[in-house]
Ligand binder design. Structure first.
Ligand code: ADP
Ligand code: MG
Length: 331
């Protein structure tokens, strides 16, 4: 198997482990389920109440919508908005890309720059695709940070501008969440009443699961297949950023894909951060930010963000939660 396929198979297993779409006892609703590989992961759509919408057609349309957002936001795809942004100083982008950048900039400001959409050069330096076997030099990291920082991009009248020639935009910390939202909107507009859109463990829920809420298991960051607890939720998004998703180990040290923008090294304060929010785009950006900030500052960020809740598993292995998560949390 190629490295990429091995990785995707692993992503599928993680996705299945993370999301326990089970209801305890009672009637289990009939589920219609399809999956596709999109946005570098396995995306699974489960419908438990189609509300009369035609299946599988609406689910196919929801997948197509994710594929469309991927074409706009991919860092590597020729002609994508992100590739165009990175090729010139000022770029007119699609309304969807503008919406992503706008929300991302808000989270950048709220997190004091922990969420940073200008780490493209750093991402190139740390591909985390299974091929990387060595740690880059401090000099290479310093060079890759050139032109980065939350003030290095701006959005005006649907145009994204890069402040420095070196600035390289990467929407990897937020685009998947936005794509999940678009799939959700597609299902909802077609009349679907109950569904879950799950992209590698990042979810948006439409309604409940039959009479009950959906139960979302939170992956144990150090025990593959193990869980630390679960959340009973309906009608929200749940997104997790973890250091177990894309990483390699060298001399007993784990190097992963969530960077501290101040140092250019993988952030060290957390093992995972899970955010519950009204939209998956917001939850995605906040999860990345909260992971980088770590338990104290990360929970403070979630507490001050309206309608956002979450939990962070710290580097110490302890679980830190926002106060409002209490009712949904089951251990
Ligand atoms: P995943 O895509 O694995 O679910 P995340 O949403 O947490 O993970 O995003 C990780 C991706 O975000 C990285 O692969 C990279 O593209 C980008 N990224 C890494 N560090 C940061 C950061 N500090 N701020 C914003 N984006 C980041
Ligand atoms: Mg994210």
């Amino acid at each position: 198997m190629s490295t990429r396929n091995t990785f995707l198979l692993f992503a599928l297993l993680v996705a299945l482990a993370i999301v326990g779409l089970r209801s305890l006892g009672g009637d289990t609703p009939k589920e219609f389920r399809r999956s596709r590989i999109l946005m570098d992961t396995v995306v699974e759509i489960t419908v438990t109440d189609a509300g009369g919408a035609p299946l599988p057609q609406v689910v196919d349309r929801a997948f197509d919508e994710i594929a469309r957002i991927e074409r706009l936001t991919s860092l590597f795809r020729e002609g994508s908005d992100v590739a165009r942004i990175n090729a010139q100083r000022e770029t007119k982008v699609a309304p969807e890309t503008a919406a992503i950048v706008s929300l991302g900039l808000e989270v950048s400001r709220a997190s004091g720059g922990a969420f940073d959409m200008t780490l493209g050069r750093l991402k190139m330096l740390w591909p985390m695709d299974g091929t990387q076997k060595a740690v880059p030099s401090q000099e290479a990291i310093r060079t890759a940070l050139a032109g980065s920082g939350m003030d290095a991009i701006a959005l005006r009248n649907g145009q994204v501008s890069r402040r420095f020639a070196e600035t390289m935009v990467d929407l990897g910390g937020i685009a998947k969440g936005y794509a999940i939202d678009r799939a959700y909107e597609t299902l909802k507009a077609a009349g679907v009443r109950q569904a879950a859109v799950n992209a590698g463990g990042d979810l948006r829920l439409l309604g409940g699961h039959g009479e009950k809420p959906w139960r979302i298991a939170i992956q144990h960051p150090r025990k593959p297949g193990g869980i630390v607890g679960s959340l009973a939720l309906r009608d929200v998004a749940v997104v997790t950023s973890g250091d177990y998703e894309r990483f390699f180990e060298l001399d007993g040290v784990r190097y992963h894909h969530l960077f501290d923008p101040r140092t250019g090294w993988p952030a060290r304060a957390s093992q995972s951060a899970t955010v519950v929010a009204p939209s998956a785009a917001l939850a995605d950006a906040l999860a990345t930010a909260a992971f980088v900030l770590g338990p104290q500052k990360g929970i403070a960020l979630l507490e001050k963000t309206p309608d956002a809740e979450g939990l962070i598993i710290g580097a110490d292995g302890n679980v830190y939660r926002t106060a409002g998560l209490e009712t949904a949390w089951e251990q």
